[in-house]
Design a protein around this ligand. Sequence first.
Ligand code: F6P
Length: 478
Amino acid sequence: MSTVSADLVIVANRLPVDRVEQADGTPGWRTSPGGLVTAIEPVMRANDGTWIGWPGGTDADLEPFEADGMKLVPMSMTPEEIEGHYEGFSNATLWPLYHDLVAKPEFHREWWDSYVAVNRRFAEKAAELASEGATVWVHDYQMQLVPQMLRELRPDLRIGFYLHIPFPPAELFQQLPWRRQLLEGLLGADMVGFQLPGGAQNFVRLVRQRVGHKTHRDLVYLPDGRTVRAAAFPISIDAAGFEEMARSEPVAARAAEIREALGNPRKVFLGIDRLDYTKGIYARLRAFAELIEDGHFDVEDAVFVQVAVPSREQVEQYRILRDEIDRLVGRINGDLGRIGRPAISYLHSSYPREEMAALYRSADVMVVTPYRDGMNLVAKEYVACRFEDTGALVLSEFAGAADELRQAWLVNPYDINGMKSALLEAYRADDRETRRRMKAMRKTVTQNDVAAWADAFMADLAEVPGSHGKAVRPAKRS
Ligand code: F6P
């Protein structure tokens, strides 16, 4: 397969497929679930794009290959790079810093060096593969230096960057010893996209204060004559795809089976999250348990299904969190459960999309209570799957999705009593109330789907004043 001369190159820390071991023991590939893949796929197909990313693990010398019609270029990482770039600087420095310091960020110079080296390698690969005047779309916090490095190598390119997590206020960002380098890294792009307008405003303000460039509204004027635009593009999901799956016979049957296995309680509460300290899992389970202790309902009436998808297990904060949740679930079930009736049905595992759709279909109350979240696509997936306009969503004010899903029961996840009240209201809400809310949220999610997000980003990127490169075709809608 030839990967040279791509008119569209995607650069992301991860490839859209994971390296897995097949039944016969040989290595194979599995499409990774998640928002990024479904978001980018349609644009990739319309433009015959090439995707550069890490396939997980430490396999070296993997050749470019095609999967599901996409051209993929695996970038290997050494154990030292995984420790320094991925687990260290990306997930123990930037992740907590960008999420309101929910955990304390660690600053280590050797992690920074590793971050720079990996970003350089990815930028060099993109420079090698992009055709004259191509568009390169760089994704997320693990790759913030790539735009500048790439522009130095290939000034002919049109470069877009999208941040999938929040961009913090100046007061927090400026703790970072390498704050100026990161801002300059991002300014290599023609357009920098954020989940919410607040993120774009934080960025422009920081650029003005810390780098000293002139700015006006969403534009930054660079001394070399280039203009960089910073704007919000709230990401979404393949709403039609989720709804179709939720409506299917196998998913309906599986949803009924799940409720049966749970003992057919009156109400099923559901949480689905990566096992991450930003997600507020601990406080949410405590709030639910206290409602039982206070006598508002019983384990015969309600069960909480919590799916915690294993994530970043080598990072210390994540190990500590896992132990804390394990202990809490054990204690709650020990204190409140009965034989065959745990208060919390806890699953530490990841599931295919069909199983998620069945869980969404089986749940009366979806509980999404992060302390800070760029968007939270689980909230949107739940709404997309509720095609009968039933079901209640309890949603943190601090998830990006709360800007759009105003009809959810909005909560402050730091306020346990407030969260208890919202859970109880959602539990008791009558059909008319839940229908009214769900109908409105479904309209929002259906209209602003992921194809609309990708099209809007690409169209705006093409229009940035002084932007280089050829135009990219928007994603074809199904
Ligand atoms: O959205 C944030 C993000 O870090 C993505 O970049 C990533 O694909 C996803 O969460 C899962 O994280 P990880 O790649 O660390 O498993």
